[in-house]
Design a protein around this ligand. Structure first.
Ligand code: GRF
Length: 218
């Protein structure tokens, strides 16, 4: 791994998590650099965010390919040309295949809007409201074959309030996402995340292992 770590980000749309990563990487001394942003959808806000930050972008439209593998091979080839050492999925809304996962094994991370293993999949905020949970949040994890499963790097919790709507809860979680993703990328870039089997541990600056619990103000 180089210093700063060269990161590729894959998006599908709005790119607010990408923005949080761009802002973090722009700060002096941050141990990672975004070398390329790829979107599978053309003309999305996330691409404009990257352009504004002066970061290279590509659209690789999955609809232009016969199957998932050829789309992913194109994506991997572009990322490698750009020198990306790890990939961050940030609101990338495609299922990926075993071949792509094997290629980027332990070099591919994702953010999911729930406290995994609760609420994998879609509609996490409405499902959290329906279940009556009092804490909800987000998770950054290494990607494995099963959807929204993989060694957890960090989680951020937010309260669920009695009068929350899906929108108000989503907004609170999104604020937490924007703090959590850069923090987790920093830990990875500093080489402080150790993956063993299904779990990841974080080496603290002092050398002890600890879990990250981030509870942003609400
Ligand atoms: C985020 O909630 C992320 O957790 C989920 O998709 C959403 C993407 O939002 N995977 P944005 O594109 O980063 O604004």
């Amino acid at each position: 791994m180089s210093d700063p770590l060269k990161v590729g980000v894959v998006i599908s749309g709005r790119g607010s998590n990408l923005q949080a990563l761009l802002d973090a990487c722009n700060a002096a001394g941050f141990p990672a650099d975004i070398v390329l942003v790829i979107s599978n959808n053309p003309d999305v806000e996330g691409l404009r965010r990257a352009e504004r930050a002066g970061v290279a972008t590509e659209t690789i439209n999955h609809r232009d390919f016969d199957d998932r593998q050829s789309f992913e091979r194109a994506l991997t080839a572009s990322m490698e040309r750009a020198g990306a050492e790890i990939i961050c999925h940030a609101g990338f809304m495609r299922i990926v295949t075993a071949e792509y996962l094997a290629h980027w094994h332990d070099r591919l991370i994702n953010i999911h809007p729930s406290l995994l293993p609760a609420f994998p999949g879609l509609d996490t905020h409405q499902r959290a409201l329906d279940a009556g949970v009092k804490l909800h949040g987000c998770t950054v994890h290494y990607v494995r074959e099963e959807v929204d499963v993989g060694p957890i790097i960090g989680q951020a919790a937010v309260p669920v309030l009695d009068d929350d709507s899906e929108e108000s809860l989503a907004a609170r979680v999104l604020g937490a996402e924007h703090q959590l993703y850069p923090l987790c990328l920093k830990l990875v870039a500093e080489g402080r995340v150790k993956v063993e089997g299904d779990t990841a541990t974080i080496k603290s600056a002092e050398g002890a292992d600890s879990q990250i619990l981030l509870s942003p103000a609400h």
